[in-house]
Design a protein around this ligand. Structure first.
Ligand code: FAD
Length: 321
């Protein structure tokens, strides 16, 4: 298998823009064919890699017969590592599991990484994760990593054969290529974009190889972000992440959830569109224009958030790749 940093380097050398995308594990109860059915129509665009998100536990409260509430811990979308292995076996392409700080002790993380290493997965995306739904603020697990930077450091340690138990002898090195997240419109908790970039640089200096950005709908935000990162001394590749708007509701949900702006012109087009199908069409057209401009600017990879549906990503890829 190949490191994502090598895929990126090859694309840069060939002056090419590659297509890649991110999928979500299906809801518990569905089978792997749900994933394959979504991915099959995208394979003709030859993605060098596919990302698979990780979804941490949620707390669900159930009313008992005595009227008291019982708290249950559930994971609605398990299977990240299993899906990655299935993708690597079936399509012979690299799969990138997302790994979180939230919900993991450092011991859990180490064991998770050992599983991936044994399964032949060589790429990981290191993320902090968000608060669980019932909490207002993110809290790390006791004995877990706090920030993504800490997680990157743990993975790099393992790459050097340094396990948590320092009495282990003659340990094998793992060899993970690590991606991290970047936010052209700043992370929601960051006091300023400059401060956020300061911490982004720390993740990269700790050993991460590349950045994938949060979605954005105005390419100028991406170009300005890249310029600021370069001025701050970040030299590693910054892959743009794109998502086509698919429903009118998303005009409100996406800014609230991901702290991103939707340009007025796009809002107007979505509001003008009358049917769900025409709203989807507006989202696709906008994303095609964004993709074409980014491709012209020479980005090595365009990374799409599929959110579990591939028809609109396919419509975009057909026009762009
Ligand atoms: P960090 O880099 O740790 O940053 C979090 C905040 O802390 C930022 O405001 C940063 O400025 C600040 N900060 C960082 N380091 C320090 C420090 N040392 N001291 C003080 N402040 C600091 N979530 C999921 O649950 N599953 C996924 O699969 C997933 N995939 C994602 C993929 C991409 C490409 C992106 C962009 C996001 C993804 N997320 C996912 C969401 C992500 O987990 C959240 O955005 C989370 O709130 C931040 O994660 P991070 O890794 O950027 O955190």
């Amino acid at each position: 298998m190949t490191k994502i940093s090598d895929h990126i380097a090859k694309a840069i050398e060939a002056n090419k823009t590659e297509f890649s995308f991110e999928i979500l594990p299906p809801l518990k109860g569905q089978n792997i064919n749900t994933i394959f059915d979504n991915i099959d129509p995208l394979m003709e665009f030859r993605p060098p890699f596919i990302d698979v998100t990780y979804h941490r536990e949620e707390y669900v409260y159930k009313e008992r017969n005595d009227g008291l509430l019982e708290r249950k811990v559930v994971r609605k979308r398990p299977g990240t590592v299993g899906i990655c292995t299935a993708l690597q076996n079936k399509y012979k392409i690299d799969a990138v599991p997302h790994v979180l700080c939230g919900g993991f002790t450092k011991e859990d993380t180490e064991n998770f990484l050992i599983d991936m290493d044994f399964l032949g997965i060589e790429n990981v995306m290191a993320l902090r994760g968000d608060a669980v739904k019932s909490e207002t603020y993110y809290k790390p697990n006791k004995n877990g990593n706090f920030y993504a930077q800490d997680l990157v450091e743990q993975i790099v340690d393992l790459n050097h054969g340094k396990y948590l138990d320092d009495e282990l002898q003659n340990t094998a090195n793992t060899d993970f290529c690590i991606g991290v997240a970047g936010y052209p419109e700043k992370h929601i908790e960051a006091p300023s974009l400059d401060r956020d970039i300061h911490f982004l640089k720390k993740k990269l200096d700790a050993g991460a190889c590349y950045v994938v950005t949060q979605m954005f709908f105005d390419n100028d935000r991406y170009f300005e972000f890249v310029d600021k990162c370069r001025l701050a001394g970040i030299t590693k590749p910054i892959i743009p992440g794109l998502k086509p708007i698919a429903t009118q509701k998303q005009l409100n949900i996406l800014p609230q959830r991901f702290s991103v702006d939707v340009p007025d012109a796009l809002v107007k087009e979505v509001v003008k569109a009358r049917t769900p199908a025409s709203i989807r069409e507006v989202g696709v057209e906008w994303c095609i224009e964004q993709s074409k401009e980014l491709k012209k600017a020479g980005v090595p990879v365009l990374h799409y958030y599929s959110m579990g549906k591939s028809d609109n990503i396919r419509a975009i890829a057909k026009e762009v790749f």
